[in-house]
Design a binder for this molecule. Structure first.
Ligand code: PA5
Length: 439
């Protein structure tokens, strides 16, 4: 097994002339690397891994150690790119049942990623009477969902533990100069970390946006960054393979890409991937729709649609080499369940056969299949995967002919919501939307 991510298109491109896209991919790569394309003021992520220095890592580790020492819970507040990266990495590396076990460190919990009243109530109930800290993350500093959550938990923490404890155990990650959160952090004297101007939310997991919560959760951010550096320095062939294959499939009428994993801990990595590709490519009425499934779980629900539904999908399987633990299936004298034929095999062997069998079945059903392999789910390989997907996204977006680094479409719901909430400054929109609802 290679020590790096591999992209294998053996079952993806049969009958499709993909190599003709190689020149387009190389041109897109050149556009990205020379900074000559649209959105070139948001390329800070491109050489981010290799530019993270020792002092940045030490500062983050120090803040994380302080929160780990002082707090039973650390509430990480943020949404979109200010949430999904940390959530994906923490979930990938954690014990699946960490929430129910005492592993010595604080529990990292998330808020501000929805406007669920009962969600917030339940989280308040969880941390009531316990020492907790807050990492509040917002580049703009004005996003409604995290702002509501922060207002609630800041007030709760100050009342529960006092102003001084709150001031020491709230850390803000935001723009260097602008935005309400920067002003508030300065006023209150919180420790802060900066989200660089030239790194957009969905590309920010390797900034303090992701690194701080990941370090608080007890994971090795140095290994994560080292993995990303490996792909930054030596990942281009795999990046090109992926960008070429998905664009070839898109041109062949495959409008939906399903990222499938057979490893439950990768569920949120797919959520992060969906934001990365959805916000980057879904523009000008173009773009591959990113979807995801957890297998074999979803073979018992979405499996029918993938096998037999409309033939507009291709599948990218994220395949993991080694599990962390081995469990052997025992033999049973009665064998009522008929499983003795796999007795003595480990569980992952069965999973791997399910994976291969599924891939072949889907190919036979008209669903081209790309395979991305990682040797194991560790900080290093997750770091590789993050950078690989980010760079492939930049190349792929330019191949598609869109600006992969803006997200104008996400403003539409906000305008309506503010009008409906009668936010000051939105009077005209409020009048218009009320008239529209009456008609
Ligand atoms: O990728 C993006 O830019 C968005 O998903 C943002 O990260 C998200 O809207 C949160 O924005 P902010 O960090 O400004 O609160």
């Amino acid at each position: 097994m290679s020590e790096k991510i591999q992209v294998i298109s053996q079952y993806a491109l049969q009958g499709i002339e993909a190599q003709s896209l190689r020149n387009a991919a190389l041109a897109a790569q050149q556009t990205l690397e020379s900074g000559s394309g649209e959105g070139n003021d948001f390329l800070g992520w491109l050489h981010l891994p290799s530019s993270i220095d020792e002092s940045q890592l030490l500062a983050i580790e120090k803040s994380a150690a302080q929160l780990r020492q002082q707090c039973e819970y650390v509430i990480t507040i943020g949404i979109g790119g200010s949430y999904l990266g940390a959530k994906a990495v923490i979930e990938a590396l954690s014990d699946h049942f960490a929430a129910y076990k005492n592993n010595g460190g604080p529990k990292v919990v998330f808020a501000g990623n929805n406007i669920g009243e009962d969600y917030l109530y339940d989280l308040m109930d969880l941390v009531r009477g316990h020492k907790f800290g807050i990492i509040v993350i917002s580049k703009s500093g004005t996003t409604t969902e995290p702002a509501i959550a922060f207002r609630l938990f800041k007030e709760m923490l100050e009342k529960q533990e006092g102003k001084e404890f709150a001031q020491r155990n709230i850390i803000a990650v935001t723009d260097a100069h602008r935005g309400a959160l920067r002003v508030l952090a300065t006023q209150e004297g919180y420790d802060t970390y900066v989200i660089p101007d030239d790194v957009g939310g969905r590309f920010s997991v390797l900034t303090p946006v992701g690194l701080l919560p990941i370090a608080v959760a007890g994971f090795d951010i140095r290994a994560l960054v080292a993995g990303a550096v490996e792909m930054e320095q030596d990942g281009d062939e795999q990046v090109l393979n992926y960008a070429i294959a998905r664009n070839a499939l898109y041109q062949d009428g495959k409008k939906i890409e399903i990222l499938a994993n057979f490893t439950p801990r990768l569920h949120f990595l797919a959520e992060w991937w969906k934001q990365l590709y959805g916000e980057s490519e879904g523009k000008d009425h173009k773009g591959i729709f990113p979807a995801s499934v957890d297998l074999t779980t979803d073979l018992h629900s979405m499996g029918q649609m993938i096998q037999d539904g409309e033939r507009t999908i291709f599948e990218t399987v994220l395949s993991v080499g080694d599990q962390q633990h081995e469990i052997i299936i025992p033999s049973d004298d009665a064998d009522l369940d008929g499983l003795n034929y796999i007795a003595g095999k480990n569980v992952d062997y069965v999973n791997k056969m399910a994976e291969l069998g599924t891939r072949l079945a889907h190919v036979d059903g008209g669903v081209p299949n790309l395979l991305i392999t990682i040797p194991a789910v560790t900080e290093r390989y997750i770091g590789q995967l993050i950078y690989f997907f980010e760079k492939a996204c930049g190349v792929s977006g330019y191949m598609l002919g869109v600006n992969p680094f803006n997200q104008p479409g996400v403003e539409a719901y906000k305008k309506n919501m503010f009008a409906l909430l009668e936010k000051p400054g939105h009077e005209e929109a409020t009048a218009q939307i009320k008239a529209r609802l009456k008609s």
